[in-house]
Write a protein that binds this ligand. Structure first.
Ligand code: F0G
Length: 460
């Protein structure tokens, strides 16, 4: 028998979780206005809301925290972080920020202007928010196949190079940069191939543009290049990372994902002019240049986290759990974005609940049902998250409507994964009995999914 050697760590500290009854959960979700972000974490049994800042640090990271240097300027921990980033990306200039969206805020304040068009694969909602907030537009040039959830392609996060080139010609001087999100969260945590990143670089060079990687899950992207792309099987994750980042001019980073920390982010670039431009914004928005929103100890832990999470074994343990969840859902027939990506499984709600009209938000409806079933908190990555069109104010129903179930890094065991799969099976088996969705009773203008208030459609 083959020995399933997937684990690369063991558990040294545990946190209790509490089961609840269906009756309690029905009351709590009503009190939360049917918005899973509004639940208290104690009301959740397994939390798959996000993989952002929810991971477990290693003993080596905790040890590094004790060595953190809290000097206001020139902290040693900053230089440790800078060295780790240089080792992995090759970038010389580093600006820490308190998280990924802060990196976007600082860098885009310097680079994005009213009337601009930012091209790339799918931008995450905070990235889109920071672009639209500046009265510019994000143009999604992801391959059309990414929308077909049942199509098996190794790199469904790729950009369509023909669409990208058309955009570069059409918008010309109005394109401040190209942004590639690795992995492509919005499309399902799907990776981007090295070949595609090379194609983007060629187009960028042809049209005189620079390229930013939104790198929140860059290490998972490198794992998929190693395991799925011809020619990379024998390269280390760190070698692949170096090769990826050699194709970019800079990066924004939410360190809460592949940095293996609970809070933090940064901008890194090879260009002094970008660094100088961003400097003007980091000081008023975040903090001084060598801490920019982070504690010294957090920078020290991040430096270790970046090195740890670019080890194959660590990534393999994680992605094995996603594969386990996917294989159980295959067994139960639950449709999801195929093949499973790096950080989450994306359930295709339009296929599960075809009877619920788009106006009643099928994915949100399904996420609420899953919570009621077993206290599992997922997140809608669909029509609510897509926000309204800034010009017409119409809902954007053009994309997929997913329930995203994220797996936090190094937090849950394979048995938690089996609980998630069993709960999904139960909801799936009862899907024909779900005959009404939800309606919005209050929403914010931008990034509405965090605070939206909902009611059962047709109800009060
Ligand atoms: N870019 C991507 C691809 C992201 O997934 C996120 C956050 C950000 C940028 C913003 O980073 O949260 O540190 O400010 N994604 C989280 C998620 C929130 O749940 O997918 P942040």
């Amino acid at each position: 028998m083959e020995i399933p050697f997937a684990e690369s760590w063991k558990i040294k500290m545990v946190e209790p979780i509490r089961k609840s009854t269906r009756e309690e959960r029905e009351k709590w979700i009503k009190e939360a206005d049917y918005n899973l972000f509004c639940l208290k974490s104690d009301q959740v049994y397994i939390d798959c809301l996000t993989d952002s800042g929810t991971g477990a640090m290693s003993d080596r990271q905790w040890a590094a925290m004790m060595t953190g240097d809290e000097s206001y300027a020139g902290a040693r921990s900053f230089f440790e972080l800078k060295d780790a980033i240089k080792t992995i990306t090759g970038f010389d200039y580093v600006i820490p920020t308190h998280q990924g969206r802060a990196a976007e805020n600082v860098l885009f304040s310097a680079l994005v202007h009213e009337g601009d068009f930012v091209l790339g694969n799918s931008t995450f909602d905070t990235t889109k928010g920071h672009i639209e907030f500046r009265k510019a537009s994000a143009v999604d040039c992801t391959i059309d196949d990414a929308k077909d959830t049942q199509k098996e392609l190794p790199f469904k996060g790729n950009v369509d190079l023909v669409k990208l080139e058309k955009g570069l010609i059409k918008y010309g001087d109005k394109v401040p940069f190209i942004i590639m999100t690795i992995t492509n969260n919005t499309a399902g945590g799907e990776p981007v191939s090295m070949e595609n990143l090379k194609g983007v670089r060629e187009l960028a060079n042809k049209y005189g543009k620079r390229v930013i990687f939104d790198s929140a899950r860059f290490a998972e992207n490198a794992y998929f290049i190693k395991t799925r792309e011809a020619g990379y099987a024998d390269k280390s994750i760190k070698e692949i990372c170096k090769e990826m980042f050699a194709l970019a001019d800079g990066m924004t980073m939410s360190a809460k994902k592949d940095g293996l920390v609970n809070m933090g982010g940064f901008i890194a670039t090879r260009w002094e002019d970008w660094y100088e431009a961003a400097k003007a914004f980091v000081i008023p928005f975040e903090g001084y240049l060598t801490y920019g929103g982070m504690n010294g100890r957090d920078m020290a832990a991040l430096a270790v986290g970046l090195i740890e999470n670019t080890e194959f074994e660590n990534l393999h343990t994680r992605i094995h759990q996603l594969k386990l969840l996917a294989s159980l859902l295959d067994e139960y027939g639950v449709p999801y974005q195929r093949p499973v990506g790096g950080h989450a499984i994306f359930i295709d709600a339009l296929k599960v609940l075809p009877q619920i009209p788009k106006e009643e938000f099928p994915a949100q409806t399904l996420a609420v049902e899953l919570y009621k079933e077993a206290g599992i908190r997922g997140c809608e990555i669909g029509f609510i998250l897509a926000d309204r069109d800034p010009v017409t104010r119409e809902n954007r129903f053009g994309g997929n409507d997913f329930v995203r179930l994220c797996i936090p890094r190094r937090v849950y065991t394979d048995n938690h994964i089996r609980v998630i799969a069993a709960a999904l099976k139960n909801v799936y088996d009862k899907r024909d009995e779900i005959n009404r969705g939800v309606k919005i009773v209050w929403e914010a203008e931008l990034m509405r999914h965090f605070t939206v208030k909902l009611r059962p459609a047709g109800g009060k």
